[in-house]
Design a protein around this ligand. Structure first.
Ligand code: NI
Length: 205
């Protein structure tokens, strides 16, 4: 009786584990991440990403490799086009110092609703290291996406998470946060200071 009870608990636990299916990777920096992050000026960043039709092990391997690159670069978000892969996939972790918090994986994300209020917040990007500039975006979003097991999900996001999702989703359309910066003087100054070229910005504003 005790044995079988223990076994059924173990089976339940296993089932629950399969259900939650978080992608487990170390948050420690990897010496040589497999995937190199492209920088502003690289044409790969301007290509649109395609929907992922099947979420299989090759996608999950890509997710792990992207997470290693993101954690090694001390970033909180990374989109597949930043590593030259034009698929609608992004990874986010707003708690990179805490090993117990699982990362967020968004596949084929679609924003279904933007809140009416706008917010100004300073953004940075692993593809434009050192550059931090204010960007105005809607503060609240609702979205649909698939998780790393291919299951359809819905999410409401605000604050930093909403900001990060919108920034990463821009990458899927070949848009970079510097394209959205309104203050021309700040933009020129920051880019020049960090060795980037203004001609690589495609102004949206
Ligand atoms: Ni970025």
């Amino acid at each position: 009786m005790r044995f079988s009870l223990a076994r059924s608990f173990a089976q339940l636990a296993k089932k629950a584990e399969k259900g939650s299916s978080s992608i487990a990777v170390t948050k420690e920096p990897t010496k040589k991440p497999l995937l190199e992050i492209h920088q502003l000026g690289n044409a790969e960043l301007r290509e649109s990403a395609k929907r992922i039709s099947k979420v299989d092990d090759s996608v999950r391997t890509l997710i792990k490799n992207m997470l290693h690159s993101m954690y090694s670069a001390k970033g909180i978000g990374l989109a597949a086009p930043q590593v030259g892969i034009h698929k609608q996939l992004l990874v986010i972790d707003l708690d990179i110092e805490n090993a117990a918090t699982p990362p967020i994986v968004l596949i084929n994300p679609e924003i279904t609703e933007f809140g009416a209020s706008l917010e100004t917040y300073e953004e940075g990007c692993l593809s434009i290291p050192g550059v931090y500039l204010n960007v105005i975006r809607p503060s609240i979003i609702k979205l649909n996406y698939r998780d790393e097991m291919g299951r359809p999900k819905k999410m409401n996001a605000d604050g930093l998470l909403s900001r990060c999702i919108q920034h990463e989703m821009d990458h899927l359309n070949g848009v970079l946060f510097v394209d959205r910066v309104m203050n021309e003087d700040d933009l020129n100054k920051e880019l020049t200071e960090h060795g980037f070229n203004k001609k690589d910005v495609i102004a949206l504003t």
